[in-house]
Design a protein around this ligand. Sequence first.
Ligand SMILES: *[C@@H]1O[C@H](CO)[C@@H](O)[C@H](O)[C@H]1NC(C)=O
Ligand SMILES: *[C@@H]1O[C@H](CO)[C@@H](O)[C@H](O)[C@H]1NC(C)=O
Length: 341
Amino acid sequence: MGTHGWPLLPLLLSLLLCRAGPLRPGAAGLGAPAGGGRAHSPPPPGPQQEGASGPMDTKLLTSPCGHQEVRPLILGGWESVPGRWPWQALVMAKNGLFCGGSLLSRHWVLSAAHCFEKVPEVSKWTVQLGELSLKSPSWSWRAHSHKYRVKKIIVNPKARGVLNDIALVRLASSVTYNKHIQPICILSSTAMFQHRPDCWVTGWGWIQENQKLLPPYHLQEVRVTILNNSRCNELFSMPIGRSLISNDMICAGAEDGSVDTCNGDSGGPLVCEEKGRWYQVGVVSWGMGCGHARRPGVYTNVSSFFPWIQLLMSCTAPRPGLFLPLVFLALPWVSWLLCPS
Ligand SMILES: *[C@@H]1O[C@H](CO)[C@@H](O)[C@H](O)[C@H]1NC(C)=O
Ligand SMILES: *[C@@H]1O[C@H](CO)[C@@H](O)[C@H](O)[C@H]1NC(C)=O
């Protein structure tokens, strides 16, 4: 069952194949000085409707979410346009390491756990929102004003290499939404997206196995098919009864390897649209090389971490459930036990 019989293989793979990417040191200005604060008064927190429903009885984490206001005329290109993926976050460390991420609410960004292995210190990280380029010019006021300091990095406690490869980043101040900055929806089940050929993954990672992103370092987008896990294990030629891909992972790409994510895309979102709203299905996690036939990209299954994400986000959200006496009694204890201090 799952990868539990094979914990070492993914672990070893992760050393080589995790899709975190270093930025070339000394490369063109990385926006405003890292750690730069923000100077506007925070707007009121967004509505946090716990238990709101998504498509087909699934639970939705927050609402509103998943609205894409910018719709390009031409689909299928490789370079994105500003505002098309308004939840895309750039999670950057001072040493030039970077990962992708996705905005879940005014305070939370979702990313991959392995992104924070080398640089665990919170103070070294910032989150850039609303920018198309990996390297926004240092004089850009817009980029500077949408760059957030990080208050906390919560790596999934069970994360080990590429297992449970998911982390939440709590921002130090509240995000202002606009046309280019919007949260993505998270669902308790994403089973309805299985086999969908029209999902998308975005990132500033390498554009080929040996090719870094080139100037102007624009966000890349690629359309992928969500494969089921039995097919994915088959593609990875796992012996019968063994599975490399557990239920906590999702495979996507193309069987012929024509579309894939690569180094530097880690932590970024795999999203699908349903009735005009966008939902995050996966977090870019690992792969064997990039763009090889029969080696689809492997993503963290976001909905299998739905309860964990929901719990952590509710730790800091206003608690509308307080009128229930039982909840009233239980919540402080639950928070005390489970919420990170
Ligand atoms: C998984 O996908 C393969 C190929 O697309 C298909 O043949 C198979 O029936 C699917 N299995 C399940 C359980 O959905
Ligand atoms: C992802 O996780 C959800 C919730 O645990 C589960 O229902 C679903 O089958 C998983 N998806 C895959 C592809 O394993």
